[in-house]
Design a protein around this ligand. Structure first.
Ligand code: SAH
Ligand code: SF4
Ligand code: F3S
Length: 439
């Protein structure tokens, strides 16, 4: 055991799930870097393999269980290798993982990452489960090891208090708690010094941010003052947590991007109520109206679930009607997946047949895709400011970047570099991308 600490250890970390989880992976690397570990690009050369997991839908969990079994091959070749499962699925399925994958050394929930160096050192014959949630853990003073690039994620709140009836997040990430503004400012100032141009604030209900007297709008004001940071984004706001002050602030602060990811989940009031989303479709549409009034050209994206318990054809049609009314720039669309522990799992029947969920999803995607295509076409001929992110994966002679309102723009490169803000004229478009040329 002792020997483990004497030479430099390499960690291979694979991540699944939402941006909050990916940001947690950067935090995990921060914790481990402090303890003398180095990141490794491949599982072959690693001494520690960690998988940071998602529990939001069953499919995500199955995929990861398969992947863990695959990664065990490296452990069979190198028995001293430590294999750990972190994140939301670790918390959700802790004991199940220990039974189904007994070769795993560690199972650690999202609040246990500070203890990782110690837990890695301790691993024994049986999986060690650290599944505690901690109402106070905010990982202050730990500097995440971030991916290089133009944008950096900054977690400003952890957990969620909303308990939407379909959602596992509050059970696996615990109660809502906010990072103090001073700590957020410290991180953003460091990021500006390191050369990042854009920060994205993360939280499950990010606009519910509140710390003593500082609310979300105040925080945006504070961070807007940091020199070197050109753009500020955030995700995901909850429709019920917006104040007019928030919207005015987003409209008025130049650095705060004009894009809102505003998950609606359903267009039917009956379904929204059963989901415990705390707004009606009318209230949601009023909010969209107010936002579009104050922030012209705002980019709007959303999340939608089809086939939730009790969703009739009529309810589904209400979702389609809402989608047609709002005309989102793009949407993430999902089939409802029952999650143990949640209210929906315990109290409602998952009564929409799988095949019908599939049909509804397909129809919704089809409609949203054509809306996305039409919305993008309206940008042809316009000039947009693009923050250059890097080389296009498909074509090295092209660069890609984002507009303020979150459109991806691809254009022939011409001497610019990642991090530059450039003017581009849109000359063509698809449902996902704008094609442009420098002006
Ligand atoms: N905090 C965000 C979303 C978090 S989870 C919000 O409040 O909207 C991301 C998305 O996954 C959700 O918006 C929802 O559309 C989807 N999702 C969550 N639980 C799900 C489930 N049980 N089945 C299918 N999709 C789900
Ligand atoms: Fe889940 Fe609802 Fe919280 Fe979003 S607001 S994380 S959907 S419980
Ligand atoms: Fe995110 Fe999945 Fe956890 S969506 S919060 S990684 S359950």
């Amino acid at each position: 055991m002792e020997k483990r600490f004497n030479k430099m250890k390499q960690v291979y970390l694979e991540s699944y799930g939402c941006q909050m989880n990916l940001a947690d992976s950067e935090l995990v690397m921060g914790v481990l870097a402090k303890a003398g570990y180095f990141p490794s690009d491949s599982p072959q050369s690693a001494d520690v393999i960690l998988v940071n997991t998602c529990a939001v839908r069953e499919h995500a969990e199955e995929k990861v269980l398969g992947r863990i079994a695959e990664l065990n091959r490296f452990k069979l070749k190198k028995p001293e290798l430590v294999l750990g499962v972190l994140g939301c699925m670790a918390k959700h399925l802790g004991k199940v993982i220990a039974e189904r994958a007994p070769y795993v050394d560690l199972v650690v929930s999202p609040d246990g990452y500070r203890r990782l160096p110690e837990l890695i050192g301790q691993s024994g014959d049986k999986p060690y489960l650290d599944l505690r949630l901690d109402r106070t853990e905010l990982y202050e003073e730990i500097d995440p090891v971030r991916k290089e690039g133009v944008n950096a994620w900054v977690t400003i709140m952890r957990g969620c208090d909303k308990f939407c009836t379909f959602c596992i997040v509050p059970y696996v990430r615990g109660r809502e708690r906010c990072v103090p503004p001073d700590e957020i400012l410290r991180q953003v100032r460091n990021l500006a010094e390191e050369g990042y141009k854009e920060v994205t604030f993360l939280g499950q209900t990010v606009n519910a941010y509140r710390y003593n007297g500082t609310d979300f709008a105040d925080l945006l004001h504070l961070v807007s003052g940091v020199e070197g940071i050109e753009r500020i984004r955030f995700t995901s706001p909850h429709p019920s947590d917006f104040s007019e002050k928030d919207i005015e602030t987003i409209a008025n602060l130049k650095k705060v991007c004009n894009h809102l990811h505003l998950p609606v989940q359903s267009g039917s009031d009956k379904v929204l109520k059963r989901m415990r989303r705390t707004y009606t479709s009318g209230e949601y549409l009023d909010l969209v109206g107010l936002i579009r009034d104050k922030i012209p050209d705002v980019g709007l994206t959303t999340d939608i679930i089809v086939g939730f318990c009790g969703e009739t054809e009529e309810d589904f049609q209400a979702t389609l009607a809402l989608v047609r009314k709002v005309r989102y720039d793009s949407a993430f669309m999902f089939k409802y997946s029952p999650r143990s522990q949640t209210v929906a799992y315990r109290k409602f029947e998952d009564d929409v047949p799988e095949k019908e969920k599939g049909r509804r999803l397909e129809e919704l995607i089809h409609i949203q895709e054509s809306i996305s295509r039409e919305v993008n076409q309206t940008w042809i001929g316009k000039r947009v400011e693009v923050l250059v992110e890097g080389e296009s994966k498909k074509d090295m002679s092209q660069f890609y970047g984002k507009t303020d309102n979150f459109k991806t723009v691809v254009f022939p490169r011409n001497g610019e570099k990642p991090g530059d803000l450039v003017e581009v004229e849109v000359v063509n478009s698809t449902s996902h991308t704008l094609l442009g040329r420098r002006v």
